[in-house]
Ligand binder design. Structure first.
Ligand code: TYD
Ligand code: MG
Length: 455
């Protein structure tokens, strides 16, 4: 048999060379070529028929045994998960340090343990006493959680192997875990991936629901490899401004449910409190109407949330480059909206600094926010407050048309419920809501007229 040829694969671009070189001939990266296993040569007929096992095919219409979800007892957590924890699933809980991940999971663990489920909580970050102190402060000191402080995945799996399978296993955090099978310090890509792989395999084999806490780096991705996000079934993100009280739990990926539901919590002295009706949450103390403030009935999943959008414009002496700063919204979208206001409505923002803020530390992703942002901007530029009992929604196109958006009925009903008298939105088939005046807007210049006339 001929000796198999050596081959070298570039770790950066994946191209294959037959000899080692210092620089990859394809992507020009240096020192990226690594010797790889020789290429397997299949026979021309792809005949691999010996030594394999038959794959079982299933019909699509076979009855499905749906996994029985377990309620965590925290309705907001269950909602974000799509109805509770799925046994055997792996959940990655990401979030900035100090945002409240450990607190949320301790409360969840206590709630399940108090309901009779077995819960194992492993912390690699805090000593057991520290966690017990926190539990005591949260009034959960009596919850029968099995708590341990360790960083060794081997020790964890050995221990779990000799006890009854728990309902929930919390690992806080995956970046502190260490496997002696793998080289490298905890937190390195290979350690994080290897430890997660072992723990997820345990979860799949035994049916325990596994929650891995993962820290987030400055750029917002979960520290360690992106591959972690592919390995788990659910990726959740716990968000909020640390200076604000409110925390939002969002699913970024969910193999068992929708990803558009959010859970809302408030961080209080007694831990995280659930906010069942978040509608008014983000309307910061609005008493006197001020220029540059507009209310937007946003939709998070199936739930309406009224948020206040604040804009500020500052005239600049000519020549300086004006700043645009955005908190809670997409800066590209703001640039687009400013361009549309300039070219379709003749308003000039080019010599003004523009600041845009979504109140309460909320991050808007709903495309229907355009009209409310435009209303806030026009109101700020003209220094004319909008009536405090009006709300605005609709998507704005580059041509300056106000486009219909989904769920307008829900937005209107929620606005009416919270005492708003008028809602401005896209023209179209909109249901009538009692006690509310719906005022359709077709084009952006109409919005400018309305703001100027104080309608
Ligand atoms: P923590 O759960 O430790 O955050 P993470 O695990 O995401 O790093 O929460 C830490 C913050 O929460 C801390 O700054 C204090 C605050 N906190 C409260 O305000 N009230 C409480 O009851 C608790 C337990 C924490
Ligand atoms: Mg923590």
């Amino acid at each position: 048999m001929a000796k198999p040829k050596r081959r070298y694969v570039c770790q950066s671009c994946g191209s294959v060379s037959s000899r080692w070189q210092g620089q990859c001939p394809d992507c020009s990266e240096w020192n990226t070529l690594v010797e790889d296993a020789p290429q397997t040569v299949f026979s021309a007929k792809h005949d691999l028929s010996s030594g394999g096992r038959a794959v079982q095919f299933v019909a699509l219409d076979q009855p499905i045994a749906l996994p029985q979800r377990r309620k965590t007892g925290l309705a907001e957590f269950d909602r974000a998960l799509g109805g509770g924890l799925v046994p055997g699933s792996a959940i990655l809980m990401g979030g900035d340090p100090g945002i409240g991940k450990s607190t949320l999971l301790l409360q969840t663990a206590a709630s399940i343990a108090n309901a009779g489920g077995q819960v194992v909580y492993i912390s690699g970050e805090e000593a057991s006493d520290q966690i017990r102190l926190r539990a005591d402060r949260l009034g959960l000191g009596k919850a029968p959680i099995q708590l341990a402080s360790t960083t060794s995945v081997r020790d964890i799996l050995t221990t779990l192997g000799s006890m009854d399978t728990p309902a929930l296993l919390v690992i806080d955090s995956i970046q502190t875990m260490h496997s002696d099978q793998i080289e490298g310090a905890p937190g390195t890509v290979s350690q994080v991936r290897g430890c997660a792989f072992e723990l997820i395999r345990y979860a799949k084999e035994t049916g325990v629901a596994l929650v891995l806490v993962g820290h987030v780096t400055k750029d917002g991705s979960i520290a360690g490899p992106r591959v972690l996000e592919h390995m788990v079934d659910v990726v959740m993100s716990f968000e909020g401004e640390r200076s604000h009280q409110y925390r939002i739990l969002r699913a970024l990926k969910n193999r068992f449910g929708a990803v558009d539901e959010i859970g809302v919590f408030a961080m209080a002295g007694q831990g995280l409190e659930e906010v069942g009706n978040p509608s008014l949450l983000f309307l910061s103390g609005r008493e006197e109407p001020v220029a540059g403030s507009a209310v937007f009935p946003a939709l998070e999943g199936t739930r309406p949330v009224l948020v206040e959008i604040q804009a500020l414009t500052v005239r600049l002496a000519s020549g300086a480059t004006p700043r645009r700063a955005v908190v809670g919204w997409d800066s590209g979208r703001l640039a687009m909206l400013l361009a549309v206001l300039e070219s379709r409505c003749g308003l000039s923002f080019s010599s003004a600094e523009v600041y845009l803020n979504v109140a309460g530390g909320y991050r808007l992703t709903d495309p229907a926010a355009d009209l409310a942002v435009a209303a806030a901007l026009v109101s700020a530029l003209a220094d004319r407050p909008l009536p405090s009992d009006t709300a605005w929604f609709g998507e704005v196109s580059l041509a300056g048309e106000v486009r219909p958006v989904a769920h307008s009925g829900v937005r209107l009903r929620e606005s009416a419920k919270l005492g708003f008298a008028t809602v401005h939105g896209p023209d179209g088939a909109v249901e009538k809501v009692e006690g509310l005046r719906f005022s359709p807007i077709r084009l952006l210049p109409n919005l400018v007229d309305r703001v100027m006339s104080g309608a």
